[in-house]
Design a protein around this ligand. Structure first.
Ligand code: G3I
Length: 408
């Protein structure tokens, strides 16, 4: 980065921080002591980092669990709606928007001085029933789907104009190496909804989605968001991170207004997973393209049954080892983010096991326990590790955050 670009970026960072209110990193010198009772948002702010969570709107609104609501309000400086900004929530009936839950979410965030990650504009999943059916049965063709997506992005981004910090403009558009065909491609398994969605829209839809979003809100940061892109593999046809890197590189070269890459960070302790410098290397390669990065959906789940007897719940030594492995995964992702000044935010996909999506999704074999607090809001090793990492970070190795210059 040239000195001039650094200066511009620094000014921009100050402007963004002042406008959006909240996080500013201490410039150096002695810091106040960090303690375990400080909030994640406070500890992260020491490095100018925004610390976020996905919010379950029903749990937040429910009077039965005030602790959930007060922790969302006090622990986090950025929030992501877990479901209420998805297409199925906003336009359940074709042509009729229901903004109620999403508007309430945005108002709550403003009251708590939290920045909003808008999630999600373009995704084959959690589409309204009328749209999924139309794609599946062929009654909605390619040009019609393209027009519907254009309208959806324009209407939604315009509705929230000026209130969204980062938009997940395109989410999980890319296949996984275990799908068919195995070479990574836009879409998913042959014949799947994910593949049909991509085929109907055609290869140019990713670029168009970003252009449409930029036209509707020139200031929001526009992100591509995906999972299993935490580190590069062998660079071959099955390397999803490489595929997404090439896609972003191409989009930037074409002048498409993409400002960031969100690495979701859904990890499981049953796998080998990553090391700090491998993840840091991936983030650096993305930010070298001129985009910002963010960890957008972090959790680190574990198998929940006894290692020797799968009929029994895990206990004792098993649980202890899994808790520590989960904490290590949080540590790896957070350290890598801290080491890159263009890593703007670190968001967990729920903070308590009480409402986590994990047990509903991973049932065979069952997995759970992926969050920072357990289902009774007791702090876990993962929380203590994250707090320690945030407290120990600072210059010269960890610098205040610097947004990249958005392409407008
Ligand atoms: O809306 C219905 C509700 O009417 C019904 O009463 C209830 C009963 O189960 O189900 C509700 O729908 C659920 C929906 O969440 C809203 O709560 C779906 O069953 C459930 O499958 C859906 O799960 C969400 C999942 O995305 C769907 O793909 C999770 O909550 C949400 O955490 C998860 O989030 C995704 C990100 O958006 C993208 N990245 C991966 C991440 C985890 O899968």
């Amino acid at each position: 980065m040239t000195l001039r670009r650094m200066a511009t970026a620094g000014v921009l960072a100050a402007v963004v921080a002042a406008t959006l209110g909240a996080v500013s990193a201490s410039a150096g010198g002695p810091r106040p002591p960090a303690t375990q009772d400080q909030s994640l948002r406070g500890l992260a702010a020491r490095n100018g980092l925004y610390f976020g969570t996905a919010v379950d709107a029903a749990a937040y609104a429910g009077a039965s669990d005030p602790q959930y609501t007060s922790m969302v309000d006090s622990q986090f400086s950025t929030v992501t709606p877990e479901n209420v900004m998805k297409w199925e929530s906003l336009e359940p009936t074709r042509g009729t928007y229901d903004w109620t839950a999403a508007d309430t979410f945005v108002e709550n965030a403003a009251r708590n001085h939290q920045l909003v990650r808008g999630h999600v504009l373009t995704w084959y999943s959690q589409l309204p029933g009328w749209l999924t059916t139309g794609i599946q049965d062929g009654s909605i063709d390619g040009p019609q789907l393209r027009a519907l997506l254009h309208k959806h992005i324009t209407d939604v981004v315009a509705h929230f104009r000026g209130k969204i910090w980062q938009w997940d403009v395109v989410n999980e558009a890319v296949s996984d190496p275990w799908e068919t065909p195995p070479a990574i491609h836009l879409g998913g398994n042959t014949g799947s909804l994910k593949q049909k969605f991509a085929d109907l829209l055609g290869p140019g839809y990713v670029a168009d989605a970003f252009r449409w979003a930029r036209a509707a809100d020139p200031k929001a940061l526009l992100f591509y968001n995906d999972y299993n892109i935490e580190a590069f593999g062998d660079g071959g046809p099955g390397d999803k991170t490489q595929f997404v890197y090439d896609l972003v590189k191409r989009l930037r070269a074409q002048g498409v207004p993409i400002d960031g890459v969100g690495s979701q960070g859904h990890l499981s302790t049953q796998y080998g997973n990553y090391d700090v410098l491998a993840v840091a290397d991936a983030l650096r390669r993305f930010t070298d393209l001129g985009v910002a990065v963010a960890l957008t959906e972090v959790d680190a789940r574990s198998l929940t049954k006894d290692a020797a007897d799968p009929a029994k719940d895990a206990a004792g030594a098993d649980l202890n080892a899994r808790d520590q492995a989960s904490a290590y995964n949080y540590h790896v992702l957070l350290q890598a983010c801290l080491l890159n000044a263009h890593c703007l935010s670190f968001t967990v996909w729920g903070f308590t096991d009480k409402y986590s999506w994990i047990p509903n999704w991973f049932k065979n074999p069952p997995e759970g326990s992926g969050c920072l607090w357990d289902a009774a809001y007791h702090p876990k090793k993962s929380l203590r590790t994250v707090q320690g990492d945030l407290a120990a970070a600072g210059p010269p190795l960890v610098q205040p955050r610097v947004p990249q210059k958005p392409r407008r």
